[in-house]
Design a protein around this ligand. Structure first.
Ligand code: FO1
Length: 311
């Protein structure tokens, strides 16, 4: 059983590869929900949806989010009514949010709803939200404190980051199955997602980080920072805002208390001695997943790293 900790777009590329090189039924993905938002009275879970759509083979690979070949007629009409339409909800994607919100209103948990959606889309891997409680990433900027999607999408990540809080995290519980999956895993992969706002909230759910430090399973992380730049999204701005260098070494530092091995890009080969000194095992490979072949190759490499850690 392999467990992956995942955000959205970067994670999904690796998860696509993993499901091509192992039985998806042996994969459990624990997904960040702190990016979730409520808009038009609908509960929208971008990372859960990106992972589910990718594993269902219906994701819009070019944009990185949403459903392929979607249209945006409903969004246009929402705009005519004067509603906020900066968050681009496609028509098919809206069906997911309507379905999820209706089920949640009927009293189902996010764990149950996520499972119903993935089964309906014939996804064989298990997909778990990190928590069933509402946790919201708030980005503290020089302009105002902003919910994550407002910071990223509405305001194009243009405000200077001063800090990040995960509102609601202290009261939250891990979702059923999360700690059990980590405890019972044969190997754990931390996907190449933003360490601050994608993996960070999962680690901050009470009990998760502790269980990662005590599990017997080997743990491998893939750095989302390559050559001093983030591959996707605002990882660089968030690292800088929180006082970290934009470097693979920072990723190693953020994870080193529970991590066994950091998989970095060959472009960061000069950092290997510093990462080893954390201390952390490290391996360099090609981590940029610009083709299905590269996604599969990196997934194989991550599994090989896990194997190498088993004595
Ligand atoms: N990202 C954008 O940059 N612009 C959008 O309009 C947008 C809409 C959107 C709709 C549904 C969804 O599941 C994701 C969407 N995303 C959009 C992606 C999302 O904001 C982020 O990539 C993730 O939250 C980061 O993990």
């Amino acid at each position: 059983m392999i467990v992956a900790l995942a955000g959205g777009v970067g994670a999904s590329k690796l998860l696509f590869g993993l499901t091509r090189v192992m039985d998806p039924a042996d994969l459990t993905v624990i997904v960040n929900t702190a990016d979730d938002l409520i808009l038009h009275s609908l509960t929208i879970c971008p990372d859960l949806d990106t992972v589910t759509y990718t594993l269902a083979g219906v994701a819009d690979i070019t944009r990185g989010w949403g459903i392929e070949d979607d249209s945006f007629h409903a969004l246009d009409w929402l705009g005519r009514y004067g509603r906020e339409n900066w968050f681009n909800l496609g028509d098919r994607d809206l069906a997911t949010h309507l379905h999820r919100s209706a089920l949640l209103n009927d009293g189902r948990t996010l764990t149950e709803v996520t499972d119903l959606i993935r089964r309906a889309l014939a996804v064989r891997a298990t997909i778990l939200p990190m928590s069933n409680e509402r946790i919201s990433t708030i980005v503290l900027t020089d302009y105002e404190s902003q919910p994550f999607q407002t910071y990223l999408v509405r305001d194009s990540a243009r405000h200077t980051v001063r800090g990040v809080i995960f509102d609601g995290i202290e009261r939250a519980q891990p979702a059923p199955g999360v700690l059990e999956a980590i405890e019972g895993a044969d190997g754990i992969i931390i996907c190449p997602s933003n360490p601050i706002i994608s993996i960070g909230p999962i680690l901050a759910v009470p009990g998760v980080r502790e269980t990662l430090t005590t599990t017997r399973a080997p743990i491998v992380a893939i750095s989302p920072v390559v050559g001093g730049r983030s591959l996707k999204g605002p990882t660089d701005k968030l690292l800088t805002g929180l006082g970290h260098d934009v470097s693979t070494l920072s990723v190693g530092r953020l994870y080193h208390d529970f991590l066994d091995l950091l998989l970095v890009d060959r472009l960061d080969a000069d950092l290997l001695p510093d990462i080893r000194a954390l201390p952390l095992e490290v391996r360099a490979t090609d981590t940029i997943m610009h083709s299905p072949e590269r996604k599969i190759a990196l997934a194989k490499e991550a599994l090989a790293c896990l194997d190498s850690l088993v004595d």
